[in-house]
Design a protein around this ligand. Structure first.
Ligand SMILES: [Ca+2]
Ligand SMILES: [Ca+2]
Length: 642
């Protein structure tokens, strides 16, 4: 007996010193999983996967319409091999005692590094960030360079090298890993706001405290938006401001306040303004030469500015949000600038909007000028300027907006920690693309090319989700608000409003000239609409809003002269699958919010007017199959922005 005990002891010693962990041995705590906004192209097609922002502790089952994972203390997620080579892993949730609590579903790892990997569900849609080495905290993005579509063996190598053997709580990093008892992984990081170490970059105090300003009150501007500025202020937003061109702008900040810079009042002249921000005479001359080289009466005149000291670290990419709004019209150019000057060493040159220079020419009015150009009475939308610095230390961050040629019709520069929202004539207005040849980043503001008639087009490979209908069935078996309307006849008006927890509306309409309005506004749970219309001249408005949860619409509209408006907003992923046949259709689809958007639209029959706008998210896919039977078919316009 003693011999057996000794043998057992030796076996245990042997096991404990040679154990290596496979990925399927790793237990992921709640905060090792995050719902996230991701750069689809970088994560699927390059070895460097970029996550723009994350929500640690929020995980979805697969597909996401099945809802979020519910957590209790001590719960963790573990993978097991599914046996399916396309989706090799099945994720299951366990309670602290090791009992299976729920199944998240199956999927694959698309990009894996020493700290993080990205897991995409078998619906090819539900994507989530995992960390093997840290309990995530904060919403800042991360990025890593790893392996695309790792094999099971490669995944095991990563897990064994650096992943924690025990579930980690928020803010905790791996200290014990299977093969190396001393591994201390360092976390990589993606673009971050410099806000953390530098208070009042977001102006949430309602003032420009910590900033030095050229002129103005530095306090809240509550009204009086005009083309004549009064220096530097803060603002809670702009509502229906019209400088001209039939354009009505509304802008909200990120959080409660943003900074407003507009020349006017006792603004200084351009050269002393630039000197105040720290630029040298040579740099100012270079800017002047660039602008006057564009022709016309383009010498900078008066300028308002704001600056403050910020502590920045090398090796990090920072982003700060800005928006330039023109109150002038071509050819009367105006402009704006960002500056970043090392506090003591002028040889330390930062990289601003991907250019190694101590200034970046941000938004301008005349096409082709600076990084981004708005044209008459236009706006850049909320952009993100990117900043990296060669050495850690204090830098003077500056912003200015200025007139050219004259001092009339002064442009407005808005600055905030991160992006707020913008609408033009009531429609969401995403950030515009940079000028051709500019190194400035595309803040998701590209306008996708018009989809030609009688064709199929898509932003990326996209599978129509055949399981969508089945998901509705799954949903309907669960608790929640459920409305079913079957209507036959004409000139009916049906209005459905659903709030509260989990909404499902099923509308089956046969007849003509009916008006149907469905509004779902549940937060944190699924909003789902399934609609079938057969008949002519019907008007249908579908709106889904609310914080969190998932929003899905399956709409089939047959016959002619039908109008369908879909609006999905708020956080929580958005999915629309729309099929239309018959002639003279008008379809307007808007998906907004800082989440993923997918729209799958199938059209047959005659003339169609389609406007599809996707803004705010980073996962933006559309697929349009358009079989147009008439030469008069309108082109389809899809706009995507973040
Ligand atoms: Ca703010
Ligand atoms: Ca002007």
């Amino acid at each position: 007996m003693e011999q057996i005990k000794k043998l057992l002891f030796l076996i245990l010693i042997f096991l404990s010193t040679t154990v290596r962990a496979d990925l399927t041995d790793i237990k992921f705590g709640q905060y090792q999983i995050a719902d996230s906004q991701w750069n689809v192209n970088s994560c699927l097609n390059t070895t460097t996967c970029e996550i723009y922002s994350k929500q640690p502790g929020t995980a979805y089952k697969i597909p996401w319409t099945s809802g979020q994972v519910q957590w209790a203390s001590g719960d963790y997620v573990k993978f097991e091999l599914s046996g399916n080579s396309s989706y090799p892993y099945t994720a299951k949730q366990y309670d602290s005692a090791g009992n299976v609590k729920s199944t998240l579903g199956s999927g694959k790892i698309v990009n894996m590094g020493p700290d993080y990997f990205f897991f995409v569900g078998s619906d090819n849609n539900t994507g989530q960030l995992f960390s093997g080495s840290s309990g995530m905290s904060g919403t800042s993005g991360v990025s890593w360079t790893g392996t695309l579509n790792p094999t099971v063996a490669q995944a095991n190598t990563y897990a064994d090298a650096t992943y924690s053997t025990v579930p980690l709580s928020s803010g905790q990093t791996a200290t014990v890993t299977p093969s190396s008892q001393t591994s201390t992984p360092t976390s990589s990081s993606g673009p971050v706001s410099p806000n953390t170490n530098n208070p009042n970059l977001g102006f949430e105090s309602g003032t420009t405290a910590n900033w030095t300003i050229s002129n103005g009150t530095g306090t809240e501007k509550t009204s009086g938006w005009s083309d004549n500025g009064d220096g530097v202020n803060t603002s809670k937003g702009m509502t229906n401001y019209q400088a001209g061109g039939g354009k009505s702008w509304s802008v909200t900040p990120y959080g409660t306040y943003m900074m407003v810079i507009q020349a006017g009042g006792d603004s200084p002249n351009f050269d002393p303004a630039m000197t105040s921000l720290g630029l040298t005479t040579t740099e100012i001359t270079n800017i002047r030469n660039y602008l006057t080289g564009l022709g016309g009466n383009s010498s900078p005149t008066n300028a308002s500015w704001a600056k403050r000291t910020v502590a920045l670290e090398s090796g990090k990419t920072y982003v700060i949000a800005w928006q330039y709004m023109s109150t002038d019209y071509t050819p009367f150019n105006d402009g704006s600038i960002m500056t970043l000057i090392h506090s003591s060493d002028p040889t330390k040159i930062p990289v601003l909007n991907n250019e190694t220079k101590r200034y970046a020419l941000l938004g301008f009015t005349n096409p082709g000028t600076g990084n981004y150009a708005t044209d008459s009475y236009g706006s850049t939308g909320w952009q993100l300027a990117t900043i990296t610095v060669p050495v850690s230390g204090d830098y003077i961050l500056g912003f200015s907006s200025f007139n050219l040629g004259d001092t009339a019709l002064s442009p407005i520069l808005l600055v905030d920690d991160l992006q707020g929202s913008t609408t033009l004539n009531g429609q969401t207005f995403g950030p515009i693309a940079p000028n051709a040849g500019s190194s400035a980043p595309t803040t998701g503001g590209s306008t996708a090319p018009a989809c030609p008639n009688s064709s199929t087009c898509s932003t990326t490979a996209f599978n129509a989700n055949t399981g969508f209908t089945n998901r509705a069935n799954v949903w309907s078996q669960q608790n929640g608000n459920r409305v079913i309307i079957e209507q036959i006849g004409s000139y009916n008006v049906a209005t459905v409003q659903q709030t509260g927890n989990k909404n499902y509306a099923e509308i089956d309409l046969t007849g003509s000239n009916n008006t149907t309005t469905i509004t779902q506004s549940s937060s944190g749970a699924t909003n789902y609409i399934e609609l079938t219309i057969s008949g002519n001249g019907n008007t249908t408005n579908l709106t889904q809003s609310g914080t969190g949860g998932a929003k899905g619409i399956l709409a089939t509209v047959n016959n002619a002269s039908n109008s369908l408006t879909v609006n999905q907003s708020g956080t929580g992923n958005h999915y629309s699958e729309i099929s239309l046949s018959g002639g003279a259709k008008t379809v307007d689809i808007t998906q907004t919010g800082s989440v993923g958007h997918m729209a799958n639209i199938t059209l047959t029959g005659g003339a169609t007017s389609i406007t599809a706008t996707q803004t705010g998210g980073t996962q933006q896919f559309y697929s349009i199959t358009h079989n147009c039977a008439q030469a008069s078919c309108a082109a389809i316009t899809v706009t995507q922005g973040q």
